[in-house]
Design a protein around this ligand. Structure first.
Ligand SMILES: [Mg+2]
Length: 308
């Protein structure tokens, strides 16, 4: 038996009397009904709360989750939950917060234009006149492609390069050795595994990175595993970088475990994290006009929307 279709129905009903809670008013009730079809003729129905913005949740169901389900056996339910959860890893704070971030950035842009100042001045400037940039990122592709991308970054003058790694662990360590051999000892190298590992695998990779003098290890484990990050920060010598999958200041670095905080403005909005949320050094991804007067063209090689 296979899943043949997934349809999301965003619903909105306006009650005669508005619901009023202690924190907000709800002029309408919203939810999403999910309809799943199979080639056996059996249909399943489900419900997402979708309390506000049901149409957005329906978009996630149909554009993000549906492709994971089509053609699959509907009875592998636990496997599907895991795959769907993984597809949304890094989104734990909610996609609606990302929608707010886009509005937040645009509003700061307006404020900066009205004031005639770059936004970093409005946010309480650190007085920096330049930023160190790194090439991001060498893809987790073939050895030949990785070598070619590394040489291209070096030819552009980058002195810092970030490398994407994944599984298997042994291949990841070998990839890091390959890049170090190409870059030489004077180039600062970092890795980003985008939550590929568990804690034990992270320790294995990190030991290799420490021997190869890598500077930081970004998002080794799922961003939701705060206890895992605490454990890694205590156990490892290499810096652990994280935070770009967090959505609000209070999510970032609650106890100082994370040394390198990497917020992504298009998730958080510029003001949400930068002034108050992080201790230690902060790096960000310049995807907008938010830090426009500190955005040299070479700062970030990735295009907005590409893997972070
Ligand atoms: Mg990253």
């Amino acid at each position: 038996m296979k899943i043949t279709d997934v349809i999301a129905h965003p619903l909105r009903a306006v009650p005669a009397k508005m619901q009023r809670t202690g924190t907000r008013d709800f002029p309408a009730f919203e939810l999403v009904i999910v309809e799943i079809h199979t080639d056996s003729g059996v249909q399943g129905w489900g419900e997402c709360l979708g309390r506000v913005g049901a149409i957005a949740y329906a978009g996630v169901v149909e554009r993000v989750l549906k492709p994971l389900l089509i053609g699959q056996n509907p009875l592998d339910i636990a496997r599907h939950w895991d795959r769907m959860r993984r597809a949304l890893s890094g989104r734990s704070g909610g996609m609606l917060l990302e929608a707010i971030a886009g509005c937040d950035i645009a509003l700061w842009d307006i404020a900066g234009k009205i004031a005639g100042l770059p936004i970093h001045r409005l946010l309480g400037s650190m007085g920096r006149t330049h930023l160190d940039c790194y090439a991001s990122s060498i893809n987790w592709a073939s050895d030949e492609e990785a070598a070619e991308e590394t040489r291209a970054a070096l030819a552009l003058g980058f002195r810092q390069i970030k490398v994407k790694i994944g599984k298997p662990v042994a291949r990841a360590i070998e990839r890091c050795r390959q890049i170090r051999d190409i870059a030489g000892p004077d180039i600062r190298l970092m890795v980003d595994s985008n939550w590929a590992y568990d804690v034990d695998e992270t320790v294995q990779v990190a030991r290799g990175l420490e021997r190869l003098d890598y500077f930081w290890f970004e998002e080794p484990i799922p961003c939701e595993d705060i206890e895992g990050y605490r454990l890694l920060a205590r156990k490892l010598d290499i810096r652990i970088a994280a935070g770009e999958s967090d959505f609000t200041a209070w999510q970032v670095n609650p106890d100082g475990s994370i040394v390198q905080v990497t917020p992504t403005w298009s998730i958080t909005g510029p003001a949400t994290v930068a002034p108050s949320g992080a201790s230690g050094s902060v790096t960000g991804t310049a995807t907008s006009a938010t830090i426009r007067d500190s955005r040299p063209a070479r700062t970030v090689t990735r295009a907005p929307g590409s893997p972070r």
